[in-house]
Design a protein around this ligand. Structure first.
Ligand code: GDP
Ligand code: MN
Length: 412
């Protein structure tokens, strides 16, 4: 599960990590007041308007804008709320922007030798070493993926101790490697340790600050200040049951709608890029079904596990979700009736066939449907399907899994 940047900033704040102030708006008419609030007390008023979507690459796409007047803030807000944001991290059609963050702009110090003082910090799990690790780089900002790819030596890694977390000496070491000096070292190290603590306590899979910036020296902060100005978090969904405050941050508008619908009915559904819809009971069988489709030259359109004891209603819903994906050109049902009874599945198929609405207003399956049923009540299930043949003319029965995969790949 992901959250918006403004929520991520709030979370950083609760862990004592310094973040510039800002507020969220959802209409251009709110930009003027938000600009005034964000820049109150600044010698030279400057704010940043940022699209709040669950994708990065906003800066390059023109969805992060520095503005020095309320009029410019309103103009940027209008642009961002009326255009879809497209970046390498969004679907090709881009994302609709519904909320903006208007925040006090941070002044970023110039780096001796060129560029700005922008750093990258992240905590994630390294599966190879089976440790949570801190990843840090001096080359923060918008090119970090390229840096990681082309100059891996510019990326520093430090493993967190399973019990003690990121220890002070480790954080300081990394701070020195990043080039921080004087009071900056303590500030940067404290941020790293807090981020590591947050990562563990909130069941994150990723906690990223990019960029972490250094501000120019001032009278009150002669060594400058280290601030987080963008953050991205991902949370382990299996931990949400004990992270109620995190779960409350979910934005349904940013989730895949079909996945959301499936979740409501207790179905495990993951949308994929292929054209063969799969309805399977059991995650292992679903994986095997996807494998055998690929083995036979097909591409699955989804992973869908109706579970061990899905109701007839859930199965009907599952069909409706699969068929609502326009790229689905064929459907493979693979059910082993262990806990789930084959006649329930059969009834679900018949119900879906009679209830599913096609875009042209008609009802029923338009796409080929291949069914492989085996297990408890299989004879009753087959009989039910046989009696409904006229309602489902595109249906074929398969004798086994290989036969089913062959039939469905041949039909799309
Ligand atoms: P992203 O492109 O989606 O990762 O959005 P970011 O919030 O990281 O912004 C992209 C870039 O815009 C940053 O790397 C900075 O160079 C610049 N930027 C963002 N916020 C500020 C700010 O408050 N002050 C200044 N000077 N630059 C900023
Ligand atoms: Mn960023």
């Amino acid at each position: 599960m992901k959250i918006h940047e403004y929520q991520a900033r709030e979370l950083l704040r609760t862990y004592g990590i310094p973040v510039p102030n800002g507020q969220v708006i959802s209409a251009p008419s709110e930009a003027q007041a938000a600009f005034a609030a964000a820049t109150a007390g600044m010698a030279k008023a400057c704010a940043v308007v940022k699209a709040q979507v669950h994708a990065g690459g906003r800066g390059k796409a023109g969805f992060v804008k520095l503005v020095d007047s309320a009029a410019a803030a309103t103009e940027s807000a209008t642009f961002m709320l009326t255009n879809r944001m497209k970046s390498p991290q969004t679907p090709p059609e881009g994302l609709e922007v519904k909320k903006l963050l208007v925040a006090q702009a941070a002044e970023i110090a110039n780096r001796p030798g060129g560029g700005h003082e922008e750093f990258y910090l992240a905590i994630t799990t390294d599966r190879k070493s089976r440790r949570n690790i801190l990843i840090a780089s001096r080359e923060g900002g918008v090119e970090i993926e390229q840096v990681a790819h082309e100059r891996p030596d510019a990326i520093f890694k430090e493993a967190l101790h399973p019990v003690l977390g990121l220890q002070g000496f480790q954080a300081k070491n990394v701070a020195y490697k990043l080039g921080f000096k004087g009071k900056q070292v303590g500030q940067a190290a404290a941020i790293m340790q807090s981020l590591a603590k947050l990562f563990v306590e909130k069941d994150c899979t990723l906690a990223e600050i990019n960029p972490l910036v250094l501000t120019p020296p001032t009278a009150t902060h002669p060594d400058g200040q280290v601030l987080a100005i963008d953050a991205k978090f991902s949370f382990d969904e299996n931990g949400l049951f004990r992270q109620k405050d995190v779960a409350a941050l979910a934005d349904p508008a940013e989730e895949n709608q079909a996945e959301l619908r499936a979740h409501k009915f207790g179905l495990s559904y993951v949308a994929l890029d292929g054209n063969i819809g799969c309805l399977v009971n059991g995650a292992g069988l679903a994986m095997a079904t996807m494998d055998i489709i690929k083995l036979n030259g097909g591409e699955p359109a989804n992973f869908l596990d109706v579970g061990g004891s899905a109701s007839e209603e859930a199965v009907t819903e599952a069909f409706s979700i699969i068929l609502s994906d326009p790229s689905v050109k064929g459907v493979l049902v693979n059910i082993f009736g262990g806990i789930m009874k084959c006649d329930i599945i059969a009834q679900g198929i018949i119900n879906a066939a009679t209830k599913h609405k096609n875009p042209d207003g008609s009802t029923g399956f338009k796409v080929p449907l291949v069914v492989r049923l085996e297990g408890t009540n299989v004879d009753a299930g087959r009989k039910l399907l046989e009696s409904a043949r006229q309602q489902i003319p595109t249906m074929q029965a398969a004798t086994d899994l290989t036969d089913a995969a062959k039939k469905v790949t041949a039909s799309v």
